[in-house]
Design a protein around this ligand. Sequence first.
Ligand SMILES: [Zn+2]
Length: 480
Amino acid sequence: MRAMSHRKRSAVEEDLQLKGNGSSIGTDMDWTDFNKEEIAPHVKEITRVLEGKIREQEIEKDLDNYLNVYRMSLEASKRHIVRKYGGDPNALTKGERKMLSQLGLSEQSVDLLVRVMSSNVREVSVGGNPKTIQSGILADENGNTVKFTVWDVSKADLKAGENYLIRYAYTKEWSGQPEVHLGNRVVVELRPQDEVRVPDDVVVPQASSGYSAPIVAKVSDLRENMNNVTLTGRILSLRTKDVETPSGKKSMYTGIIADETGKVEFTAWHDFGLKDNEVITVSNAYVKGWKGIPRLSFGERGQVTRPKIKMPAAAELSQAARKSIDELERAGWASDVIVTGTIVDIKKGTGLIFRCPECNRVVQKGVCQVHGKVQQVPDLRIKVVVDDGSAAITAVMKKDVTEQLTGITLKAALEEARETMDAEAVANRFEEILLAKPIEIRGNVISDDYGLSMNVNEARFIELDVRAEAEVLLKRIEVI
Ligand SMILES: [Zn+2]
């Protein structure tokens, strides 16, 4: 039985190009079947994500098969079924659903089913610019309450008296209590009135008003448009730049500051006497985005102190951090991180492409959509989807990374295309080299309307052979 389930699992993993990890081998030993009742809510969720395009019976059959025959994990099964029918696996719920009484002081991603008891909109100053935020009080069916803040009112507009399913919220501590924050990753769904019935005797506290509470943040907590941020970190690099402003020449101080959660670029618009390698606490800073990556800024209203605390050395902080893709999804960005996973899809425009010399856009048959017929310039590129079992990310590699990873140079690709008179041949070779391969990628991560993507600076294939691992494990058991 055990051997058979291994064989089946291996076969399906081959089939699905799934990456294996140690834990999936472990759970195989004490597996119990999922019954219809346990599967039902997940079938409903997959149906919702696929917008009803596939019948529930069909999905139930698939899910039952992957779970109980192939012994895939629940998460992997759901993601695979959604992908198989052309849906977006990232639309599956990932945050953990909690009641308000269960909220910790620093939840990374949490789902809440709540009623809005009060809500008001106010303007705060973010880096000198006015910004609208929303705050108020949420309550749940148990009658507990919590304060909330919406940082991007275009993502969520919570109206008093309505019920909402809030996904991907996070919490921060304020006066010893958790406060719920709705950042730019949040997804909010209006729910029917009878779904949350708040007890009549709930006491609704006054929401704070008129000022923006300071946020003590780690680097990975930083989000675009945050205001009044306090952050402690070590300065990894520093340079002075003179810039012309309408009010004359000004010095700015830019560099990289890091803590144990990550690195971020900063700009100081005032001379705080900053030094390379020192540990500072900056308060009343604000966060602006640049190409999707947050940047910390502080000016004359900011304060810098030098706390006597332990902080890892610069050499350690400079290393690229290893992250799981769902961690990156929660943060929405990261600067210089390493991800490992399996290439599960190859996007169009991978391999030999041609660009417009004017605007760098990819051209089709020598015609740029803006500049018309142009003298096209050949280039190599890789655009693939990497999945690590927790989530997926689009990895984009420029020519040098592509050449180094595949061993195919632009020159060789051009020659091959010329010889075979077929650009497809190069694309097929790329597919052969890339598809289903475990890979390690390093770079900066951003998220936009198309989801999470990494601008890859380094890439290499790695060994992730789950079948070999399983066989070793089985042999060891037989010896015992
Ligand atoms: Zn062009």
